[in-house]
Design a protein around this ligand. Sequence first.
Ligand SMILES: [Zn+2]
Ligand SMILES: [Zn+2]
Length: 419
Amino acid sequence: MRVMSKTMNKSSNFVFPLIIKKYTYKIIKSFSKISVKYFNINVYRFFIILTILFTYNNLCICELDATKKTVNVGIILNTSAFTTGSSKGFFILDASNKKLKFTKGNIRIFCSEEGVCVGKHILSLPLKIESLNGIIFADSNPYRGYLIVKKIKNKINIINVLPIEDYLKGVLPMEVGSNWCIEALKTQAVASRTYSIANLNKHSNPDQGFDICSTTHCQVYGGAKVEVDSCNKAILETQCEVLVYDGKLAQAVFHANCGGHTENPKYIWNWKYIPPYLKGVKCDYCYDSPHAKWESSIDEIFIRKKLSNNNIGKIKNIKVKEKMPTGTAKELEILHSNGKLSINAYEFRLIIDAWQIKSHDFNFIKLDGNKFYFKGNGWGHKVGLCQWGAKNMAEKGKTYKQILNYYYPETKVERITYK
Ligand SMILES: [Zn+2]
Ligand SMILES: [Zn+2]
């Protein structure tokens, strides 16, 4: 996999034949006994034609491959049965090349002691399940591409295989509002595409056997049923475009709302290297969005149970002990009946409840009766692209390239090709 700019593509297509032409001429001239005159007219011309054909053909193959590059998405994991089908005909091919054909409708696939069963047939894994109209169902949900059923210990994993460009159609509507400006949708399309490609093989170990999962752990993927025209248009208009820094794919992480400033990941993740484009930027675009401020109340006993690994007693107080340069909480101090506990504010949020505590940017924590009251800014880890900021930048007339360059400074949008 490599990234190549459109400019590079064009210039290499132009320069490459000239170099080949020059050296082919020199080499053949030196070793051939053919006269220079004869060589110039016939052989030389022949090599030019070959070079142009080679270069043109090579370009076409690259472009074609980029749109067809597939991803394996784990959609149903660790199950012993599921239902598949299609509104048109479909077939199931097993590991021994046994092929079952079906007209339309649904069938149940389940594990038994002998193997995996489809009606009265016992099949050997892995299975490939493909429909004639390109849409295959798994537990009532439609998916583009085809399905692979893999045995993982005593259970099965259902994996959806489809081109990355089609996969994104099932991701974008889950990440952003489909009624957002097209430039905001294009921003998310490039960020999600870059994130997906950079994280291929995240679940490729033998216990899992696919590239990326369909939950918030990777990116939420809803299959063909969530697709909307506006997001599909944004994906098509940025087809195969990714975010690049220093010739490599960028770490295009994103979150809902930064609360005023995006963060340096060194305070929350143990990354050995922090790319310069993720050091954090001031964001004046998200403060009036629905998730700019949040508040919640959580029972003291609930927090105590969640922190029970730390020999924690009844909690008397929680305060921000240390802040990041942007003012976001870095470390919390929890005073309890058995002593004090220091905990990373970001980890605290994930341990307690990432839905109720929307960010680690606390500006108010107070115990009242049996409940702790929290107030804070933003939603998510606050690193990289601020999605609500992107929405408002797009409404103010910024293009997707300007938005990406604002949240990931010094990166570039380039077209990806695969070797
Ligand atoms: Zn995952
Ligand atoms: Zn923001």
